[in-house]
Design a protein around this ligand. Structure first.
Ligand code: TXA
Ligand code: MG
Length: 347
């Protein structure tokens, strides 16, 4: 049986924080908000507690977990050789949506890192997450609190739908402000390398670190962030990502809507605010406005909700409008590409 409690996202009620901390100390799972997405937390020092995460999510065993800490000193305890680059990153971007991959110390159980020699660490900025980690006094392993394969949960209702009956407690503070998962930055090699684009952009990292590479997973090579190889965010319906001028995208969507309707398919659209007025009169079965092209942070915050709504309303075909791949746009396009199962068309 799962209890869902509503918690103040700015000044979390101490008694709710201790309820969460008690479950975590007892080796159980607690879902909690972070500024990116909701996490499914467990004591990162306990292999048996972390094993429950894999079971609850249906997560493949070879996909390692991010360990969440509430201060720099705590991070230091689990890393073998905190580097100058790590120090810079922590100084500039913690607390916040940046995960650092560094060599781990042996006290972190193997299932947390899926047998890898490195640990992924993050200090979240959400008051509920920070207070919960502080109160527990433990590092907290937490992947996104969704069923494996689904979009990450960006509000308490998403977590409830995916986790009810599987975990004892959900701390619900409403919507997550960033809405996309953290940037995963590998600092274990010679050049800092982005394994997953996210809330902290390449441009921002380069201001602090100098050259930063972006890992491009190769077909015939194990990806450095094992999670990146799985099909993610996949909606039930077929999805196509359309990239091009607003005019062409609208034209193409119009064609696809007609074609879909002729085959009695429900067609859903995920688009920008700017294209919405042109698409509206083409009568799609669902028109979900992600946000303005000029405010990618708005699109980031609503993207996963949009994907989930398409499923809930039974869309057979989902057409998504691409955006410019700079700054936060790279992370948004990365998630859209995954959701579309790489079905991207440049028109
Ligand atoms: O924003 C976030 O990062 C959220 C919140 C809850 O903090 N968490 C999250 O966790 O998105 P998850 O498990 O859904 O994604 C973790 C990603 C995966 O792609 C995984 O493969 C990678 O980080 N990762 C974890 N540990 C790693 C390691 N030791 N080396 C390389 N990649 C790692
Ligand atoms: Mg995830």
């Amino acid at each position: 049986q799962t209890k869902r409690v509503y918690i103040d996202g700015v000044s979390p009620e101490p008694e709710l924080i201790s309820e969460g901390a008690n479950w975590l100390r007892a080796g159980e799972l607690v879902a909690f908000p972070t500024e990116t997405v909701y996490g499914l937390g467990a004591n990162a020092l306990s292999a048996s507690a972390c094993a429950k995460i894999f079971a609850a999510k249906g997560r493949p065993q070879d996909n390692p977990l991010i360990v969440h800490v509430c201060n720099r000193a705590m991070a230091d305890r689990y890393v073998d050789g905190w580097t100058a680059e790590a120090e810079l990153c922590a100084h500039h971007f913690w607390p916040g949506p940046l995960t650092l991959v560094l060599k781990k110390r042996p006290l972190i159980p193997d299932n947390v890192t899926a047998g890898l020699p490195n640990i992924a660490l993050r200090m979240p900025s959400h008051p509920v997450a920070l207070r919960l980690i502080e109160e527990t006094g433990l590092p907290i392993a937490a992947p996104s609190a969704n069923q494996s394969g689904k979009p990450s949960p960006t509000n308490g209702s998403h977590v409830w739908r995916d986790m009810k009956g599987k975990i004892p407690l959900i701390l619900d503070a409403g919507a997550c402000p960033v809405g996309l998962e953290s940037t995963v930055l590998d600092l274990s090699g010679n050049v800092p390398t982005i394994l997953r684009p996210g809330g902290i952009t390449k441009e921002k990292l380069e201001e602090v670190l100098g050259e930063v590479q972006v890992d491009v997973p190769q077909e015939n090579q194990a990806p450095k962030a094992p999670g990146m190889k799985y099909r993610h965010y996949a909606p039930q319906g077929e999805m196509i990502l359309l990239v091009g001028s607003s005019q062409r995208v609208v034209q193409r969507m119009g064609m696809e809507i007609q074609r879909g309707h002729a085959r009695l398919k429900k067609v859903g659209i995920l688009c920008t605010l700017e294209s919405a007025p042109l698409l509206h009169h083409l009568l799609p079965d669902l028109l979900f406005v992600l946000g303005s092209q000029n405010r990618p942070e708005e699109i980031a915050a609503s993207l996963f909700e949009g994907l989930r709504v398409c499923d809930e309303r039974g869309m057979d075909l989902i057409l998504a409008e691409g955006i410019e791949e700079t700054g936060l746009g790279s992370a948004i396009m990365n998630r859209l590409q995954k959701a579309a199962g790489q079905r991207v068309e440049f028109i």
